[in-house]
Design a protein. Structure first.
Ligand code: C2E
Ligand code: MG
Ligand code: MG
Length: 741
C-alpha cells in the first residue's frame, strides 16, 4: 500500500482551517502556530501572538501542560503523540470570561526536536451551566435542611465569589418598613455596608424596582460609586429579588474589584441566583409565619398561653435586680351569655375589640396575651402595689365603655386578679395560678372588680400552688439541706444522737420552714421523695462523721405517715444501711402520732419490719394527738419524744410536770428512752434531771446545725463543757437502758 501524499502545506492548511482553536509552541514556549479559530477564541491577532511566550494566552498553560505531559510520555517512543486534556479559564481580550477544554500533545520529530500542540474547545457555556447547577444544588439542599436564611445567604455569597474571582457578593433584604438590610456580605467593606443599610426604600422606589430591574444598580451602586471606588470596587452587577407574587423583597448584587469589560458571566450568575434568593426569602417568611402562629393567638394577634409563660420566665431570669412586675388576669363577666346572644362570629369580633382596648392603654413594654377563651393576661414591668391599683382601675373603666358589635351596643364588665413577682411566686406557673385564684375571688366578691392575690387568705391552697412547684424544682436540683440538732443525755451531757431536720432555702422565696413545706409536700405527693432523700443524706453524713472521727451514735430521721403505707420502706432502709456499711442502730425513724393511730395492717407490719432490721423507732411529739398510753405498748417503739408544748411552761405548769413524770415512768418500764424536746432553760433542764428524763433536745444545747462546720464547732465546744463537769453521776442514771423489741 502506498503512503498517502501529505505535504507540509496540506497539513498546515488543514490545521489552519480546523474548527477548534489550535496552537503550537516550541520547546522554548514560543508560539509558532496560531490558527483562525484560536484567533477568534482569544480575540487576538495572529501577528500579536506568533513568536511570543505562551503566557500571553494562558498564564499557566505551558507549565501545567508540560508537567502533565512529561508524566505521561515517560518511556514513550519517538514520533509518537501522547495527549492530555484539562479545563483552563482565561479572560478574552475584550474581557469576556472563557472556559476552554485544552488537549495538549507533545510532538517529537525524527530529528529529535520537541513541540507542543494545544487544541482548545470553548466550553464556557457548559462550564457556567455546571457551576450554576452546583450553586442551585447547594442552595436547595440548604433550604431543604431548614437552615436559617442568614446561613443560606452566606453559602450563596461565598459560592458566587468563588465562581467569579475578584468579586464581592451581597444579598440584601427590604424589610416591610422599607429598610435595606444586608443579610450576607462576607467580604463587603464595612463602610459600604453601613451606607447600604442607611438606605430607605419607599413604596415608589419599590415600584420602580419592580418595573425596571436596572433601578437596582442606581440604588446600590450609582449613588455610592465614589465610596465604592475608594474602597477598591469598580463595578456592580445586580438584580432585584421578587417573589412569585411579584413583590420585590430584596436585591442581589455582585461588586467586581476589576473592570469586567464585556464579561457577561457576573451578570449571568447574578441573574441565575435570583430564583434561589426568592425561594430563601419565601421560606424565611414561612418560618416566621409558623413561629408567629406558634406564639400568637390567631384571633387577636396577642401572645398565646404558652408564650406568655415563656416571656414571664424570661423576665424572672433577667439578672438586673429590677425584676419586680405585676400580672393582671382579666376575665369578661358573663361571657357565656354574651357568646350565646351574639353568636360565634360576633363573639369573636367582641374579643378582638377587647384586645384592642387593652392594647390602647398598654405601654410598649407591657406583655399582652389572650390565654384562652375570654381570659386575657397583661404583665406590667416595675409595677408596685399603687401603680397596679391604678392600672387595674384603668382597665376596668376601659372595659365598661359601651361598644358596638354588629347591630348591638354592649356594655360589659370584667373582673381582674392580680399577682406580683416576687411576692406571689417564684415562677410563671405559680404567678399565673395565684392571679387566677385572685380572679376567682374577684368574681366571688361581686364581679366588675379587681383583687390582689393574698398570701394570708387561703394560705393552704396558695401554698400548694406556689410552694408545690417550687419545692419540686428545688428537690430536683438538690437545693434542700439537712440540719442536725444534738440530743444529749440528761445526767452526763454525752451526745446520744442527733435529729435530722430538713431545711429549704429558695433563691427567690427565701427560707421556708418545715412547718410550712412538709404539709405542702404531703399534699402535693412529694413527701416520700423528701423522706428517701433525708434517709440517704443522713446515712452519707454518718459515714462522713465516722471517717472524720466524730462520734454520733445515732441519727433520727422524720418520716410522714404515708411512708409507712409503702411496704417497700423496710427493704429500702435495709439496702441503704447495707450500701453505707452502717449498723442499723445508727438510724432512728421518727413517727408521728397519726402513724400510731393508723390501724392499717400495712403500717403495723412496716413498723415491725423496720424494728426487726434493728433501727430505732421513735414516737415524735408525744402528747399532742389522741393516742392512748395503752397503744404505746402495742407498738415496737424504742423511744418516746415528749412534745415541746409540755416543756414550754414546764417550770410553772404542774399538770405538764405530772404528765411528763407519768410518761417517763411508763417509758422506763417499757424499756424505752424518753426524750424531751424544746428544752430552752436551765430550770427546765434541772427539773427534767430530777424526773429522770433520759435525753434532752432543745435550744439550751443547740439549734439544728448545719454539718460539717456549725456542727463540728458545737461538738468541740460541747466537749470542753463536758470536761469541766463534776465527776460522772451515779451509774444507774447514765447506763443506757435495755430496749424492748
Ligand atoms: P419535730 O420533729 O418535732 O422537730 C423538732 C422541731 O422543734 C424542729 O423544728 C426544731 O427546730 C424545733 N426545736 C428544737 N428545739 C427547740 C427549742 O428549744 N425551742 C423551740 N421553740 N423549738 C425547738 P423544725 O425544724 O421547724 O421542724 C418542725 C417539724 O417539721 C418537725 O418537728 C418535723 O415534724 C417536721 N420535719 C422537719 N424535717 C422533716 C423531714 O425531713 N421530714 C418530715 N417528714 N418532717 C420533717
Ligand atoms: Mg422529729
Ligand atoms: Mg417533735
Amino acid at each position: 500500500m502506498s503512503k498517502p501524499n501529505l505535504s507540509a502545506e496540506v497539513l498546515i492548511s488543514a490545521l489552519e482551517q480546523a474548527i477548534d482553536a489550535t496552537v503550537i509552541i516550541d520547546d522554548r514556549n514560543e508560539v509558532i502556530f496560531f490558527n483562525q479559530a484560536a484567533s477568534n477564541l482569544w480575540g487576538l491577532d495572529k501577528k500579536d501572538v506568533l513568536g511570543r511566550n505562551v503566557n500571553v494566552l494562558v498564564p499557566t498553560l505551558h507549565q501545567a501542560g508540560h508537567d502533565a505531559f512529561v508524566e505521561r510520555s515517560r518511556g514513550s517512543e519517538h514520533n509518537r503523540i501522547v495527549g492530555t486534556s484539562r479545563e483552563v479559564e482565561f479572560t478574552r481580550s475584550d474581557g469576556e470570561y472563557i472556559c476552554g477544554e485544552l488537549s495538549l500533545s507533545k510532538v517529537v520529530t525524527d530529528d529529535g526536536r520537541i513541540f507542543f500542540m494545544g487544541v482548545m474547545k470553548n466550553v464556557t457555556t457548559e462550564s457556567q451551566q455546571r457551576k450554576i447547577l452546583i450553586l442551585q444544588n447547594d442552595v436547595l439542599q440548604a433550604l431543604a435542611s431548614d437552615m436559617m436564611i442568614q446561613d443560606v445567604a452566606d453559602l450563596l455569597c461565598r459560592r458566587v465569589e468563588s465562581f467569579v474571582p475578584g468579586t464581592v457578593a451581597v444579598l440584601m433584604l427590604i424589610t416591610p418598613d422599607g429598610q435595606l438590610r444586608v443579610l450576607s456580605s462576607p467580604t463587603l467593606p464595612k463602610r459600604y455596608r453601613a451606607s447600604l443599610e442607611s438606605l430607605y426604600v419607599s413604596s415608589s422606589e419599590l415600584e420602580k424596582l419592580r418595573v425596571d430591574p436596572m433601578h437596582a444598580t442606581r440604588m446600590v451602586w450609582d449613588s455610592y460609586r465614589s465610596l465604592g471606588i475608594s474602597l477598591g470596587l469598580q463595578q456592580c452587577f445586580c438584580t432585584p429579588v421578587s417573589t412569585r407574587s411579584g413583590q420585590v423583597k430584596g436585591i442581589f448584587a455582585l461588586y467586581a474589584r476589576e473592570d469586567q469589560g464585556r464579561n457577561t458571566w457576573p451578570q449571568r450568575i447574578v441573574d441565575s441566583c435570583i430564583p434561589f434568593c426568592a425561594l430563601a426569602f419565601e421560606q424565611n417568611a414561612t418560618q416566621e409565619h409558623i413561629s408567629h402562629l406558634a406564639n400568637f393567638d390567631s384571633l387577636t394577634g396577642l401572645l398565646n398561653r404558652s408564650s406568655v409563660h415563656k416571656v414571664i420566665e424570661g423576665m424572672i431570669s433577667k439578672q438586673d435586680g429590677n425584676r419586680q412586675f405585676a400580672i393582671f388576669m382579666l376575665d369578661i363577666d358573663r361571657f357565656r351569655d354574651i357568646n350565646d346572644a351574639l353568636g360565634h362570629v360576633y363573639a369573636d369580633q367582641f374579643l378582638v375589640e377587647i384586645a384592642g382596648r387593652i392594647r390602647s392603654i398598654a405601654k410598649e413594654d407591657y406583655v399582652l396575651s389572650r390565654s384562652g377563651g375570654d381570659e386575657f393576661v397583661v404583665v406590667v414591668p416595675n409595677c408596685p402595689h399603687k401603680e397596679a391599683t391604678a392600672f387595674a382601675k384603668h382597665l376596668l373603666a376601659t372595659m365598661t365603655l359601651p361598644m358596638q358589635i354588629g347591630q348591638n351596643t354592649l356594655t360589659i364588665s370584667c373582673s381582674i386578679g392580680i399577682s406580683t413577682y416576687p411576692d406571689n411566686g417564684p415562677d410563671s406557673e405559680s404567678l399565673l395560678s395565684t392571679a387566677d385564684v385572685a380572679l376567682r375571688q374577684a368574681k366571688e366578691d361581686g364581679r366588675g372588680i379587681f383583687r390582689f392575690a393574698n398570701l394570708e387568705k387561703n394560705q393552704v391552697a396558695q401554698d400548694r400552688l406556689v410552694l408545690g412547684s417550687a419545692l419540686r424544682d428545688s428537690l430536683a436540683k438538690g437545693m434542700l439541706n439537712l440540719h442536725y440538732q444534738p440530743q444529749v443525755r440528761t445526767h452526763t451531757l454525752e451526745l446520744s444522737g442527733v435529729e435530722a431536720l430538713s431545711r429549704w432555702h429558695h433563691p427567690h422565696l427565701g427560707n421556708i420552714f418545715p412547718s410550712r413545706f412538709i404539709a405542702v409536700a404531703e399534699e402535693t405527693g412529694q413527701i416520700e421523695a423528701i423522706g428517701r432523700w433525708s434517709l440517704l443524706e443522713a446515712c452519707r453524713q454518718i459515714v462522713k462523721w465516722d471517717r472524720d472521727g466524730i462520734h454520733v451514735p445515732t441519727v433520727a430521721v422524720n418520716l410522714s405517715a404515708v411512708h409507712f403505707r409503702n411496704r417497700a420502706l423496710p427493704e429500702h432502709i435495709a439496702a441503704l444501711l447495707k450500701n453505707h456499711n452502717l449498723k442499723p442502730s445508727r438510724l432512728t425513724v421518727e413517727i408521728t402520732e397519726s402513724v400510731m393511730m393508723d390501724n392499717s395492717r400495712d403500717t403495723e407490719e412496716v413498723l415491725q419490719s423496720i424494728r426487726n432490721i434493728g433501727c430505732g423507732l421513735s414516737m415524735d411529739d408525744f402528747g399532742t394527738g389522741y393516742s392512748s398510753l395503752s397503744r404505746l405498748t402495742r407498738l415496737p417503739l424504742t423511744e418516746i419524744k415528749i412534745d415541746r408544748s409540755f416543756i414550754n411552761d414546764f417550770e410553772h405548769d404542774t399538770n405538764a410536770q405530772a404528765v411528763t413524770m407519768a410518761v417517763i415512768g411508763i417509758g422506763s418500764r417499757l424499756g424505752m428512752t424518753v426524750v424531751t424536746e424544746g428544752v430552752e432553760t436551765e430550770q427546765q433542764r434541772d427539773l427534767l434531771e430530777q424526773l429522770n428524763c433520759d435525753v434532752m433536745q432543745g435550744y439550751l444545747f443547740a439549734k439544728p446545725l448545719l454539718a460539717p462546720d456549725d456542727f463540728e464547732k458545737w461538738m468541740r465546744h460541747h466537749k470542753t463543757i463536758r470536761q469541766m463537769l463534776p465527776a460522772t453521776p451515779a451509774a444507774k442514771n447514765v447506763s443506757p437502758k435495755k430496749k424492748s423489741s
